[in-house]
Write a protein that binds this ligand. Structure first.
Ligand code: ADP
Ligand code: MG
Length: 814
């Protein structure tokens, strides 16, 4: 709209420029002006509308004017459009018009009696206007209930409100065009592939529409011939490609233009939904629209009135409606900034925070163990350490001890960069628990890590005669049974194992503390399940993933957080360098020098979502490449298709120094500790997220030896990728890396919370919506404080029960 006014101004300026110097070079300026005016007209009223109609009248008779008259007209128009014509007024009218439409809808739709929210948890098949095939399609998208469909939100919008003149098309842009068909023909490419081409034109230029699938030729040929016969324009919507001087649209959406007809492809903003295989956007759009139209008017408001008022949020039914049937400001829609979108974003975050607030309240209410930890115990532990704790470790230990002493269950997250020394702190807590007469469970995400923790805990706890046991999947059933018995009888004080094993199988005699490593693979739900085993042990969660503030409020919103923000003395930052793959020989000679000093080297080659065959091929090729290049040194290979035991064996050999080089196509397990390793080579570094690269880099630099990380990439990789990698070159600070990563990628990927279903929002985007998140969190926690039973908020209660993941039992809800 604004654009149309801008276009008019530009055109007129060109025409009158330098005393009409270019006047004769512009062909048919009248046609172009008429087109633009037509775009403005629906948005104006009163004086401006009259003016436009008058101008249109002149322009329609443009051809019969003399050259002088034409120039005078243009000059006058130029003055009016540059000086007087106000876009503000148009915009105001636009807004008023929209408000009128909305208020009409409100009158007819939203004043109907509401149903309880429970009614919307019924299967979609209960919507009368849906046929079984529609229901089947929605099921394919994972949408079972009416509620699911209403909240299956578009992820973007297509702007079909403005027609682009054919001379203004740009390569790569998606555009809506209108024109008459001049020519339709079938032909073949040089390779013999069949094509259908139709050429359309408007007053400014022409465009080729191209179709490549013979089975649809018939349909389109008929449509084009029909348009030609009736002398009607067609509308096409699609992506524009430029080849040489001409433009093409491949497989556009097509429709014959009928002025004034409703629901055609012009003048609307269309929602775009995520699809699953075999589904088409148009049909999905129709199915969803049918449910929305049927159900939304009856959808009840569930948020407390005072929150709606305080945050100035629009009604929920209206918001759902507007997100599926948008109108108005396309730019705001695209940025998810309309009031209706904001309402839905707020709701998603609010409901999640409400669940966290419940969990927290429930945990605080339960009686936990008050461990009698005293100064003597702390001193005793420290006395047997081979090093002095850093002040950050001291601070965190102090926070843990304070929690353990309370008779509320501890729920604390210890966050610390790789190598910051979280394990010692965890071992100290284990020591306190055992000294107080309780057992401790230590849970690791993988078997390799479980083994490593087993060794470390044994080392730290050995001086005190504490019995540490391990339970792994690779043990025989007999060994497992013996262990399980020994744990149940209380023989072992500390038991290390993988999450799954300890969670499912183990009965403790007297469990007092659970230590979980790498929280990000262990969600809110799993933690709740462990608690439901009937006891209330303390929880200590360790993570090396530096979690930016935004995420800490969501994924970990129910935990207290301690941060170890300092590395043990003497650690040197890992020197990081981007190298291009054609410089690999320089890296090779550097590696040789390091290997000669008896240092060890990792080479990682990421395979992101490729087939098994590819993985094996790439792995073996890589392996041979490096064995060739590093002759005289022992090279081991680790790849994703190996069994866990094989992987462990290779890892073990690398740890012991039998292999000096480890080539790996899988990401080397987080947390693996080989102090002799000083070089990390990461091939195709651009394929990794920054946080992941930082984790990988953390595998080296685990001693006082200087360490190095090479990020290998292609020269052709692009500016953005290099910019990203440069962040790693410039800092070793995991928090800075994580913040930068968050800016580049989605939060789910960063914390790995995607697997656990936490932090994965449908419409909220934590980067964009941090301000809304803060408000939603404040409101949710306040509501639970004020009204823990949610009395008087039946719909909200129902909704929470519906949304809560299985396994979490919220006292006071439902
Ligand atoms: P994280 O688990 O945080 O990555 P670790 O606990 O594995 O780190 O510690 C890394 C290494 O540093 C281990 O070998 C550990 O024994 C050692 N370490 C831990 N704390 C200190 C300290 N205060 N001073 C010296 N070395 C330490
Ligand atoms: Mg306690």
């Amino acid at each position: 709209m604004k654009e149309a006014v801008e276009n008019i101004r530009k055109l007129l300026t060109l025409l009158v420029k330098e005393d009409f110097k270019y006047f004769n070079r512009v062909k048919n300026p009248d046609k172009a002006l008429l087109l633009y005016l037509g775009q403005i007209k629906p948005f104006v009223s009163g004086r401006e509308k009259k003016f436009i109609e008058k101008v249109e009248g002149y322009l329609k008779e443009f051809d019969i004017l003399s050259q002088e008259q034409k120039k005078r007209l243009m000059k006058e128009l130029h003055t009016v459009f540059t000086l007087k014509f106000s876009t503000e007024e148009i915009e105001r009218n636009l807004k008023e018009r929209k408000e009128r439409v909305v208020s009409n809808i409100r009158k007819s739709f939203f004043s109907l009696d509401k149903y309880p929210v429970k009614a919307f948890f019924q299967p979609v098949s209960t919507v009368k206007s849906l046929k079984p095939q529609n229901v089947k399609r929605l099921k394919k998208l994972g949408l079972e209930t009416i509620y699911d469909v209403l909240f299956y939100l578009p992820y973007r919008y297509e702007d079909r409100t403005t027609v682009t003149p054919l001379n203004l098309l740009k390569d790569g842009e998606t555009a809506l065009v209108k024109g008459k068909v001049v020519n339709v023909l079938e032909s073949k490419t040089k390779k013999g592939k069949k094509l259908l081409k139709a050429v359309i034109y408007d007053t400014h230029g022409k465009l080729t529409l191209l179709f490549l699938q013979p089975r649809i030729f018939g349909f389109y040929k008929k449509l084009f011939f029909q348009a030609k016969e009736l002398d009607k324009e067609i509308i096409a919507y699609g992506r524009v490609r430029r080849s040489g001087l001409s433009f093409t649209m491949v497989h556009p959406e097509i429709e014959i233009y009928e002025p004034g007809r409703k629901f055609n492809k012009v003048g609307v903003i269309l929602p775009v939904y995520h699809l699953s295989e075999g589904l088409k956007q148009n049909t999905v759009r129709r199915d969803i629209a049918a449910v929305v139209k049927n159900a939304v008017p009856r959808f009840p408001e569930y948020l407390p009135q005072d929150i709606l008022k305080k945050r100035q949020l629009p009604d929920i039914a209206e918001s759902i409606w507007n997100v599926h049937f948008p109108s108005g400001d396309v730019d705001a829609l695209g940025e998810f900034k309309t009031p209706f979108q904001k309402r839905l974003i707020y709701d998603e975050l609010f409901l999640f925070q409400l669940i966290l607030a419940f969990l927290r309240k429930k945990m605080k209410k339960e009686k936990g163990i008050a461990f009698p930890v005293d100064e003597g115990m702390i001193e005793e532990f420290k006395k047997h350490l081979p090093f002095k704790l850093t002040s950050a470790q001291e601070k965190v230990l102090f926070e843990i001890v304070a929690d353990m002493r309370k008779d509320e269950p501890m729920n604390r997250l210890v966050q610390g960069d790789v190598g910051s020394g979280k394990t010692v702190v965890a071992a100290a807590s284990a020591f306190f628990a055992v000294k107080s007469g309780y057992q401790v469970a230590v849970m690791a995400p993988t078997e390799i890590l479980a083994n490593q923790h087993f060794k470390k805990f044994k080392e730290f706890l050995f001086p005190f005669g504490i019995k540490v046991g391990i339970l792994t999947g690779s043990m025989t059933q007999k060994e497992k049974n013996t262990m399980l018995k020994a744990i149940q009888s209380g023989y072992f004080d500390v038991v290390v194992g993988t999450h799954a094993l300890i969670q499912d199988k183990v009965e403790f005699k007297n469990l007092g503390l659970v230590i979980i490593d790498e929280q990000h693979r262990f969600g809110v739900k799993q933690r709740a399940e462990l608690k439901n085993k009937g006891r209330q042990p303390d929880f200590l969660v360790m993570t090396a993933t530096p979690i930016p503030r935004t995420l800490a409020l969501t994924a970990y919103g129910d935990l207290d957080i301690s941060i170890i923000d300092e590395l043990p003395a003497g650690r040197k930052p890992v020197k990081t360098k981007i190298v291009f793959d054609d410089e690999i020989d320089k890296v090779v000679s550097f590696l040789k020098k390091e290997l000669e000093k008896e240092h060890r080297v990792y080479v990682v080659y990421p395979l992101v979502e490729e087939s098994e065959k590819m993985e094996l091929k790439a792995a073996t090729e890589m392996y041979h490449f490096w064995r060739e290049k590093l002759k005289g040194f022992q090279v081991g290979l680790l790849h994703g298709k190996m069994k866990q035991e094989e992987k462990d064996k290779v890892m073990e050999k690398f740890k012991e120094g039998e292999y000096q080089v480890l080539v790996s196509t899988t990401v080397i397990e987080v947390g693996v500790d080989v102090p002799e390793a000083t070089v990390m080579v990461i091939e195709h570094a651009e394929r990794f997220g920054l946080a992941q690269l930082h984790q990988l880099r953390g595998r080296v630099g685990r001693s006082d030896r200087p360490s190095y990380c090479f990020l290998v990439t292609k020269r052709t990789v692009g500016e953005d990728a290099i910019k990203r990698l440069k962040i790693l070159e410039s800092t070793n600070d995991g928090f800075k890396v994580a913040e930068a990563d968050l800016a580049f990628r989605g939060p789910g990927e960063l914390t790995g919370t995607r697997q656990s279903g936490v932090g994965e929002f449908k419409i909220a985007d934590l980067r964009r919506d941090f301000e809304i998140l803060k408000k939603a969190r404040e409101d949710a926690f306040e509501l639970i404080e004020k009204n823990p039973e949610l009395s008087g908020l039946e719909n909200l209660k129902e909704l929470l029960n519906y949304k809560i993941p299985d396994g979490i039992d919220l006292v006071g809800v439902g």
